[in-house]
Design a protein around this ligand. Sequence first.
Ligand code: HEC
Length: 173
Amino acid sequence: MKNLVYSLFALSILSIIFFACGNNTVQSNKSNIDSTKVLTDTTKINTDTSSSKSSCDNETIMDPNNPKPMALLMRALVAYADTIKSKLTSGKTVNSTQFPLIKFWLVEPTNPEVLEPKFFENARLFSESYKQIFLTNENTTQIKAFNAVIGKCINCHESYCSGPLKRIRKLPI
Ligand code: HEC
């Protein structure tokens, strides 16, 4: 009889432990699910933010609060292109001291997925074309070279960042 009481007692302790653990497992599963959901949500938020941070999806340049270095260098490129264009259209020439090559491919982009071989190949073609502008000191030759460079901007943007295309297409002289 004493044994039976002990075993019942032991059984009830065991079952308490079992249920407690069982609950824990359920709880931790639940919290796993929750954290996955949070992760998914965060990824979603990140994707949303990254697309709104860059003007890649928009026709005009937006003014995001936290632009990545590559977006900033792209804006510098546009400023260069505007200035070069106005100098060349007024019959002047430009030199590489005034407009040094902007190595945008070395800095952090809004979307790290762009950093793939095709992007770097586009960047290489762009920089080769850019250097051509300064090989002559003749206005019409520089104009031709400048227009070729804008062609390289367009080539890359067709694959990686189509938003600014409308604006870039207005740059050739
Ligand atoms: C090798 C590819 C490549 C080339 C060449 C290139 N771009 Fe870009 N451009 C990008 C990528 C990628 C972004 C997105 C950068 C980011 O958000 O970090 C971008 C962003 C931009 C933006 C938007 C910047 C902003 O405010 O978010 C403009 C405008 C732009 N480029 C203009 C140009 C012009 C003009 C040229 C040529 C003179 C050029 N790009 C050449 C890939 C390229």
